[in-house]
Design a protein. Structure first.
Ligand SMILES: [Zn+2]
Ligand SMILES: [Zn+2]
Length: 253
C-alpha cells in the first residue's frame, strides 16, 4: 500500500471514529431502534437479524446476482447480454425494510449507518471469494454531491476499506447530470448514462481486480457503464458489491 493510501486509510479511520462519537451506533438496533442486548458489528438486534432478506439463501445468477429458479447458472438477461463486470453480488433483497434503511442512509443524513451496513456487505465479499486490489464507488456529479452533502456509496466504500483492509481510490468522476433512473426502463437508462462517467487515472487500473461499490443494484445499468469504462482503461476484472438488489425491477421494460 502506498504512503498516500495509508494516509487515506488513517484519515478514513479517524473520520469513522468521529462518527462513532456522535452516533452511538452500538446502543440501538439500526433497523428497529430497540436497545441492543448484545453489542455486535451489525448493530442489529437478534429479532431483526433473523428476519433480514438475505440473498445468500437463494440461488442467484452467476454474473449479476439476480435470484433465479432455473437449473441454468445464469439469468436470461445475462445469457443474451454478458455483463462487463465479472460478478455482482448484494447482501439483501430490496424489500420494504431495506428500502426504509437505504432511504434513511441516503436522504436523512444518517451517515453512521455506513459502518454496520458495510459489515453485511463485507460478509458477501468473503462468501463469494472476491479478491480485489482496491475499491472504487459509484460517483455523484459535483452538483448532486454538494446538494446532498455526501455520497452514500463513498461512505460504504470507506467503511468497507477498513473492514477488508483495501484502499479506496478516487478514479471515476461523473461528468454529466443524468435523469433520475427510477422511472426509466432498461434502454432509457442506458442512453441516459452514455458519456456520464470519466476515468481520471488509467494507469492505476492496469491489470487490477476492482471492487465497485454501490448502494442498490437495480437494472445494473450504472455499474455496467462504469465497468465497461474500467475494462476499456485496462482493468483486469470488476466485482460489484451492493447492499441490496431490486431484482423484481430488473425485467421492467
Ligand atoms: Zn431490531
Ligand atoms: Zn444475470
Amino acid at each position: 500500500m502506498s504512503l498516500k493510501n495509508s494516509f487515506k486509510n488513517i484519515s478514513n479511520k479517524i473520520n469513522n471514529k468521529i462518527l462513532d462519537l456522535f452516533y452511538p451506533t452500538d446502543i440501538k438496533c439500526i433497523f428497529c431502534g430497540n436497545e441492543l442486548l448484545i453489542k455486535n458489528r451489525y448493530c442489529t438486534c437478534g429479532k431483526c437479524f433473523a428476519k433480514l432478506p438475505y440473498l445468500e439463501k437463494l440461488q442467484v445468477c452467476e454474473f449479476c446476482g439476480t435470484p433465479i429458479d432455473d437449473i441454468a447458472p445464469i439469468c436470461g438477461f445475462c445469457f443474451e447480454n454478458k455483463p462487463a463486470f465479472l460478478k455482482a453480488r448484494a447482501s439483501f433483497e430490496y424489500n420494504e425494510k431495506i428500502k426504509y434503511i437505504v432511504n434513511r442512509f441516503k436522504y436523512n443524513d444518517e451517515k453512521f449507518l455506513a459502518k454496520p451496513l458495510a459489515e453485511f456487505m463485507a460478509d458477501e465479499y468473503f462468501r463469494n471469494n472476491f479478491e480485489c486490489d482496491f475499491i472504487l464507488y459509484t460517483p455523484l456529479t459535483l452538483e448532486k454531491f454538494q446538494k446532498r452533502g455526501y455520497n452514500q456509496s463513498e461512505l460504504l466504500a470507506n467503511s468497507l476499506s477498513q473492514i477488508l483492509d483495501l484502499p479506496v481510490k478516487q478514479n471515476v468522476h461523473k461528468i454529466k447530470n443524468t435523469l433520475t433512473q427510477t422511472n426509466l426502463n432498461r434502454e432509457e437508462r442506458k442512453i441516459n448514462l452514455e458519456k456520464a462517467f470519466k476515468i481520471l487515472k488509467k494507469k492505476e487500473l492496469r491489470d487490477k481486480n476492482i471492487l465497485l461499490v454501490d448502494d442498490v443494484f437495480t437494472t445494473g445499468a450504472t455499474v455496467q457503464e462504469i465497468s465497461k469504462l474500467l475494462l476499456n482503461s485496462g482493468a483486469k476484472a470488476i466485482y460489484v458489491l451492493t447492499l441490496a438488489h431490486t431484482y423484481f425491477y430488473k425485467y421492467k421494460d
